[in-house]
Structure formats: structure tokens, C-alpha cells
Design a protein around this ligand. Structure first.
Ligand code: NAP
Length: 259
């Protein structure tokens, strides 16, 4: 299916690796020109070059921390009027809530709630004026089924989800949709470090933890970043204009509810 977004421009945050890279890759394959961000310049430049060489689209790499004012300013200076915005950032660390002081909470809120809201604020009116926009926020399956040791993530992402639920109904009549993608277990650096943390706590090896996690998923495996990226590209497609305010789980069926 042609997704009808060839020649559009996307700003994909936190996209040098993992799920963000999956989103950037699927959009590039659909002929979307990209501005991609991440803190580490080397990996970001590598990803940008890979996407240019493979798909022949324009890819501008903007190093910076999207959780900071400076990082957002740099990203928006390179891409002030995107047709597509993918909000993403690293997830907060696991732990016990008794260990988290105000600073820990502010850091989690900055990265996983406030940064995406400020990015939306910066671009949504332009999208409305142009009559087309697609905003996708990478959140987590933890929004629907909280993960106890990821309390910082559960809290911050649920705040973003509540905000988006209201906004998404205001923009859609202008051709601008806002949706959230909720990853389950995907084999990325983030999941690897969480599995290492779990393995240490349980006195098991990393490989044992990884196999158990994969086997516990109804699909019997972990997800791939290509699967995640393709779900993102569909939500960004011309065909998805009647889908807004949704929280789409991409988790191999891990969430056990009927809805
Ligand atoms: P990942 O493999 O660690 O990749 C994170 C990417 O984001 C890297 O490119 C990283 O590059 C960049 N990044 C991180 N923090 C950033 C920041 N503040 N500003 C700009 N770029 C930043 O992580 P992932 O697994 O793809 O996860 C992406 C998001 O989905 C995270 O919020 C994670 O918690 C959430 N999630 C993941 C899973 C999973 O199974 N993988 C499940 C549920 C939720 P630099 O480090 O160079 O900045």
C-alpha cells in the first residue's frame, strides 16, 4: 500500500537507535524527508547516512537532548514546519519509588511528558494552518498495564496520554491527528539494560532473562524495530486521517485485556 506521504517532512526525535530509528526507517522507505535527533552525534550521523544511502531521501541530523530547551530549539530550527512529528526520548530508570526524589521525577517528566508536549505546541498550529499533520508519541505498554519498577515511566507517560486525549479531538477536523504508540518488549538497548537490571536482581544470567521474556510473550518472541516503525508509518499515512487520540499497543498481545 502506498501510504501517500512521499515528499512530506518528518521530525523524528531520539532516532539514532531503537524504536525511533525504526520509525525513521519506515518513514524514509515511504519517501519522507527527515530531520532526526539524538544526543550522541556519532551514532546519529551513522543512522542518517544509512537512511540517505538506502532510501535516497534528505536526512538532516541534529544532535541534542530533546528533553532540554536547547535540544528542542536546535531540532525546530532545522525543521520548523514538519508534516509529521514523532516524539520519542529515552525512558527513565527502573527502581523503587522510595529512592526517587523530586529531581528524579522532574527528569522523567521533562523527557517523557513535557518535552513531547512542548514539541507539539511548537508545530501543531502550523500543521493546522496547512491542513495536514501527523503526530505520533512513543509511550509504553506501561500506560495500560503499569510495570511496578518503572514507576517514573508509568507516571510521566500517563500524564502525556491524558493531555493528548484532549488535544487529539481538537486538531482532527483540520487534518491533524495525534496518536500514541505503546511498545511492548522490543529488542533494543533500552530493553537489554532493563533485562540486565532484572537479571542482577534475580541472580540469573542475561540470556535466561531474555529467553524468559520472549517466551512469556504470546508471540513467543520480542518485537523488531521494523515492526514498530511500520506501525508508526501507518499512523502517519494519508489513509490514517480518521484515527486520532488512540493508544495503539504494539506488544505481541502481551496486554491481556479484551480491549
Ligand atoms: P534505546 O534503544 O535506548 O534508544 C533510544 C534512542 O533515543 C537512541 O537513539 C538515543 O540516542 C535517543 N535518546 C535517548 N534519550 C534522548 C534524549 N533525551 N534526547 C534525544 N535523543 C535521545 O530505546 P528504545 O528501546 O528505542 O526506547 C524508546 C522509548 O520507548 C523509550 O522511552 C523507552 O522507555 C520506550 N519503551 C521501550 C520499550 C522496549 O521494549 N524497547 C518498551 C516500552 C517502552 P542517544 O542516547 O545518543 O541520545
Amino acid at each position: 500500500m502506498d501510504l501517500g506521504i512521499r515528499g512530506r517532512t518528518a521530525l523524528v526525535c531520539a532516532a539514532s537507535k531503537g524504536l525511533g530509528k525504526g520509525c525513521a526507517t519506515s518513514l524514509a522507505r515511504e519517501g519522507v524527508n527527515l530531520v532526526v535527533t539524538a544526543r550522541g552525534k556519532e551514532a546519529l550521523d551513522r543512522t542518517a547516512e544509512e537512511l540517505r544511502a538506502t532510501y535516497g531521501v534528505t536526512v538532516i541530523a541534529v544532535p541534542g537532548d530533546i528533553a532540554t530547551e536547547e535540544g528542542r530549539r536546535a531540532a525546530l530550527a532545522a525543521c520548523p514546519a514538519p508534516d509529521i512529528l514523532v516524539n520519542n526520548a529515552g525512558g527513565p530508570p527502573p527502581g523503587d519509588f522510595r529512592e526517587w526524589d523530586r529531581d528524579a521525577w522532574v527528569k522523567a517528566l521533562d523527557a517523557n511528558m513535557i518535552a513531547p508536549i512542548l514539541m507539539i505546541r511548537a508545530v501543531v498550529d502550523g500543521m493546522i494552518a496547512r491542513g495536514f499533520g501527523r503526530i505520533v508519541n512513543v509511550t509504553s505498554g506501561a500506560v495500560k498495564a503499569p510495570i511496578a519498577e518503572l514507576g517514573l515511566s508509568n507516571g510521566a507517560r500517563t500524564g502525556l496520554t491524558g493531555f493528548v486525549a484532549g488535544l487529539a479531538r481538537k486538531t482532527v477536523r483540520h487534518g491533524v491527528t495525534v496518536n500514541n504508540l505503546l511498545p511492548g518488549p522490543f529488542e533494543t538497548d533500552r530493553l537489554r539494560s532493563l533485562l540486565e537490571h532484572g537479571a542482577r536482581a534475580a541472580g540469573k544470567s542475561y540470556e535466561e532473562m531474555r529467553s524468559a521474556r520472549a517466551a512469556a510473550n504470546p508471540a513467543g518472541r520480542l518485537g523488531t524495530i521494523a515492526e514498530f516503525g511500520d506501525a508508526c508509518a501507518y499512523l502517519c499515512s494519508a489513509q490514517a486521517g480518521f484515527i486520532t487520540g488512540q493508544n495503539l499497543l504494539v506488544d505481541g498481545g502481551a496486554y491481556p485485556g479484551t480491549f
